[in-house]
Ligand binder design. Sequence first.
Ligand code: ZN
Length: 204
Amino acid sequence: MTASAETSTQPAADSGPRQMDTARVAELYRQLLTELGEDPGRDGLLGTPARVAAWWSEFLDYDPGATAAVFEYEPSGGSHLVVVGGITVWSLCEHHLLPMRLTVTIGYCPRDQVLGLSKFARIAHAHAHRLQLQERFTDGVAEDVITAAGSGDVGVVAEGEHLCMSMRGVREQQARTTSTSLAGRLHDEPGLASQLLTLARSPR
Ligand code: ZN
């Protein structure tokens, strides 16, 4: 695996499901409002379908920028864990189409290069701007960090707050869902994994 490998941000060319007809989506929202017993012609709702359609377009077409800039790293011996925490992204739960806020902590053991720190956030954003499941988000971020950093020793911890849990269903205001994706030494060495989890849970 080389550091120059492309990460999995969506290429513009073959973005089939990503191509959105904004006018059509606005029309569907107009119909939905009617079905919900509203009058889409009243003042407060007049611009709503177009506004919501524009929001969907912005959400799905979000461009997180390049994710694979790599810096050289000179190992000084011993195990070395680089942790980037406090990355907050918003995504949409694919089961309920309601927002989830994910706080992400990423750790990895650099081999011969170090990934630029801002790139971690970009990888997280790239996976957040689509309909998601928290577990798939966590695994996807881990896979991209493995590719971009050229190291198989990667751990990702995501703490999620799901509106589908806090405003419907169990209405559990404080519910937090933690998901982890551990690979290589982060998977095999409990010491490294617990170091990552401790850092992920420490207050910032
Ligand atoms: Zn949900």
